[in-house]
Design a protein around this ligand. Structure first.
Ligand code: KDG
Ligand code: MG
Length: 402
């Protein structure tokens, strides 16, 4: 079976997505997500200009060989643009293989290791009182795990804090917005939020929190220690992870579990973190970490070191990525938790899918392949709109990690 056509579709049904559609001479097609929030057109160009010409005429059955061909053949290895492009090809080829076999992709990955994929949602509000109401809504819908984010008193805006009832979307049109950050105010506030939620909801609801890379290792250690009485399921991205050894310092001081990896694009970004057991959950995901093939490699390494998966699942990962993640989540032995933020109605129209949510679990489709598609006609009605993630500055104006 040969690849006969490859189209890169950039669309903005509520937010921007880059999607690759591969067609074959046997009439079977596959889709892959290549979205890189705020840098979408770079991946679209990488695919259109440098990958699509290499795919035409290739054997669609050779998933691993194609992965190695694109990864090693580029000479310039790794990086978010390259790995998102490779991910899209890999995902589309798994979709095709499932359709050819007449099986959902999770069956090709070894079959189910669990009944459903436990997910967490984002409870978020400006104040702690409003947050309690939002958490209540998640509990009522059956969620077993909830991420907590609130505004920080004294700061005008806080990254990742959405309005309850709306779709999560930190990227804003036009140029990046600038927000002010204070680590001191943040570290004082967060333990009180956890205390309030634990008091209201008891010990069994899994509570998570995203630090968005804003602390130094010793500050993160202090946060972890201060949250221990409220037993968080994890704190995420406590520090930037370019320096993997930096996590040793956090580990020396706290038993609060650590999750990291949504910006990772290869196994080499987390090899030391995993091998030294410096983290508990690896948050890499299909679209940004080289597709199903490479993410499975990361999860297999993690399994050797008691590290579980906790894949990123924000709304800038398209339904194609989410579907692919669910097939992997269902099959691997060391699944931990899957992030789930429902997409907007426009996004769902452009990406018809058959995964389902019930009582805190997601279930991938039983359809052959991934069980998700791209409606190209619907996508054409939503042209690309430039949008960027915000940047942070300290109170004195210094640029700060977000
Ligand atoms: O593109 C950035 C988003 O995906 C990010 O803000 C989401 O941190 C995030 C999360 O944990 O979902
Ligand atoms: Mg995050």
């Amino acid at each position: 079976m040969r690849i006969t056509a490859a189209r890169v579709v950039v669309s903005c049904p509520g937010r921007n997505f880059v999607t690759l559609k591969l067609e074959t001479d046997e009439g079977v097609h596959g889709v892959g997500d290549a979205t890189l929030n705020g840098r979408e057109l770079a991946v679209a160009s990488y695919l259109t200009d440098h990958v699509v010409p290499l795919l035409i005429g290739r054997d669609a059955a050779r998933i691993e060989d194609t992965w190695q061909y694109l990864y090693q053949g580029a000479y310039w290895r790794r990086g978010p643009v390259t790995m998102a492009a490779i991910a899209a090809v890999d995902t589309a080829l798994w979709d095709i293989k499932g359709k050819v076999a007449g099986l959902p992709v999770y069956q090709l990955l070894g079959g189910r290791s669990r009944d459903g994929v436990t997910v967490y949602g984002h409870a978020s509000a400006e104040t702690t009182d409003q947050l309690l109401v939002d958490v209540e809504g998640f509990v009522a819908r059956g969620y077993k795990a909830v991420r907590l984010q609130t505004g920080i008193p004294g700061l005008a805006a806080t990254y990742g804090v959405g309005t309850p009832g709306t779709t999560y979307e930190p990227a804003k049109a036009d140029l990046p917005e600038e927000a002010v950050w204070s680590t001191e105010r943040y570290l004082t506030h967060v333990p009180a939020v956890f205390e309030a939620v634990r008091k209201e909801f008891g010990p069994h609801l899994r509570l998570l929190h995203d630090v968005h890379h804003r602390l130094t290792p010793i500050e993160a250690a202090r946060l972890g220690k201060s949250l221990e009485p409220y037993t968080p399921y994890w704190i995420e991205d406590p520090v930037r992870a370019e320096l993997q050894a930096g996590f040793r310092l956090i580990r020396q001081h706290t038993t609060t579990p650590l999750a990291v990896g949504e910006v990772f694009n290869s196994i080499w970004d987390c090899e030391q973190l995993i091998r030294e057991q410096l983290i508990d959950f690896i948050r890499a995901t299909v679209v940004h970490a080289g597709g199903i093939s490479h993410l499975r490699r990361i999860f297999d390494l993690a399994a050797l070191y008691h590290v579980r998966s906790g894949s990123h699942g924000a709304t800038d990962l398209s339904p194609v990525c989410l579907a692919a993640a669910l097939h992997l989540d269902l099959a691997i032995p060391n699944f931990g938790l899957q992030e789930y933020l429902p997409h907007s109605a426009e996004t769902d129209t452009v990406f018809p899918h058959s995964y389902t949510f019930e009582d805190g679990y997601l279930h991938p489709s039983e359809e052959p392949g991934l069980g998700v598609d791209l409606d190209e006609e619907a996508a054409a009605a939503y042209p690309y709109r430039p949008a960027y993630l915000p940047v942070n500055r300290l109170e004195d104006g210094t640029m700060h990690s977000w």
